[in-house]
Design a protein around this ligand. Structure first.
Ligand SMILES: Cc1cc2nc3c(=O)[nH]c(=O)nc-3n(C[C@H](O)[C@H](O)[C@H](O)COP(=O)(O)O)c2cc1C
Length: 352
């Protein structure tokens, strides 16, 4: 009786369970039918990586294809003031959509339209190749923010990753050299220090954090603590604990450990600095992530050196592409899976 009252008092009863959460995300990741509805292809598109799990997209179905539009209500203005990540996220979703549709006998072509805010068009037709390994990886891919095992990736698998991520307009640099990874770690730490010292950055991040399974299920978006290997907590307690533990020193030590345990780092650098090329960078990184998943590898973004603008020139020099703007940074390696992240219901992202 007393334990029951205490559980109610501390909000434990209302926080939901991981079993409920896992069942809910499993439904969003169920395998595509042989002849899926267009809305089910869109569900696969939404399983793409996207910044802060904001899912900043809307899908418009027509006879000729599917348009992917930015949802400007889901901008994250502090960390992403020029919507770079927002358009990269659209690229990630577009790539999933093209692979999913091609895998179910409806290949198509992706293109960018700069009309209005900019949008990605997936037009049915054309002879894009079916990519079974990438297709199968779509519901299995996750950003895995844990420590990895420190094991190297064979040069053959590195080649496969490099080839899979080839998207015209985007250069990929793979870093596996330890001293170079060390220099990259220093940039991540410098970026982290700048971001954690910025109250507006931390405040914005907190609005996208989810602490209880129920909160994560109900919103269907955001960064749920359990997906990063942190404990699930009652929704009221999470922000309090976050303020206590989210400190630069501890975060920097964590990133240093995570990078030391990774097999390498992929840096994506588009050839131009505009929305069309940010979409292309997103497409390349999604392809890389899917191929990594197919090879049994895990991946996680470490974008601090591209988010803190002052660090970009140093990163560009480190990857041998001075004067260019690096777009995305992703570590990879062998490691254990974590709980999947949630998605909003597909109906809520389809517009007419
Ligand atoms: C453009 C972009 C930027 C991202 N930046 C980061 C980042 O800096 N750190 C991080 O941990 N995850 C980052 N992510 C990963 C997202 O948080 C992740 O994709 C989202 O929470 C959904 O989870 P999932 O990838 O496991 O499906 C980024 C993703 C994208 C597409």
């Amino acid at each position: 009786m007393a334990a029951g009252a205490a559980a109610t008092y501390f909000g434990l009863r209302n926080m939901g369970s991981m079993a409920e959460y896992n069942a809910s995300v499993a439904a969003t990741r169920s395998a595509l039918k042989q002849a899926p509805e267009t809305s089910d292809l869109i569900r696969y598109a939404t399983l793409a990586a996207n910044s802060h799990n904001t899912q900043p997209w809307q899908f418009k179905i027509s006879d000729v294809g599917i348009e992917i539009l930015p949802d400007m209500a889901r901008q994250i203005a502090i960390v992403d003031p020029d919507n770079h990540h927002l358009f990269a996220s659209l690229g990630c979703a577009a790539e999933n959509l093209a692979i999913a549709s091609g895998g179910r006998g409806k290949p198509g072509e992706l293109s960018f339209s700069s009309a209005n805010d900019g949008a990605v068009m997936f037009a049915f037709g054309g002879g894009a190749p079916v990519e079974p390994a990438l297709f199968d990886a779509i519901p299995k891919r996750q950003s895995t923010r844990g420590d990895y095992e420190g094991k190297a990736v064979s040069s053959r698998d590195l080649q496969t990753l490099y080839a899979a991520a080839a998207v015209p307009g985007v250069d990929l640099v793979l870093i596996t050299d330890r001293p170079q990874i060390g220099r990259l770690r220093d940039l991540v730490v410098a970026g982290n220090n700048a971001q954690i010292a910025d109250a507006a950055f931390v405040q914005e991040l907190k609005t996208w954090l989810r602490f209880s399974p129920r909160q994560a299920i109900v919103t269907g978006d955001g960064l749920f603590s359990a997906t990063s290997g942190s404990p699930a907590l009652p929704a009221w307690l999470g922000p309090v604990m976050f303020d206590l533990v989210f400190k630069a020193k501890a975060e920097n030590e964590k990133y240093a450990r995570q990078l030391a345990s990774s097999a390498g780092v992929a840096v994506f650098v588009a050839q131009k600095e505009d929305r069309e090329h940010w979409v292309l960078a997103g497409r390349a990184c999604q392809r890389f992530a899917l191929q990594a998943t197919a090879l049994g590898l895990k991946h996680a973004f470490i974008n601090q050196p591209v988010e803190v603008a002052g660090l970009r020139p140093e990163l560009a020099t480190l990857v041998g592409l001075p004067e260019r703007r690096p777009d995305l940074v992703m570590r990879f390696g062998y490691g254990a899976a974590l709980p999947f992240s949630a998605r909003r219901p597909t109906e809520s992202v389809i517009i007419s």
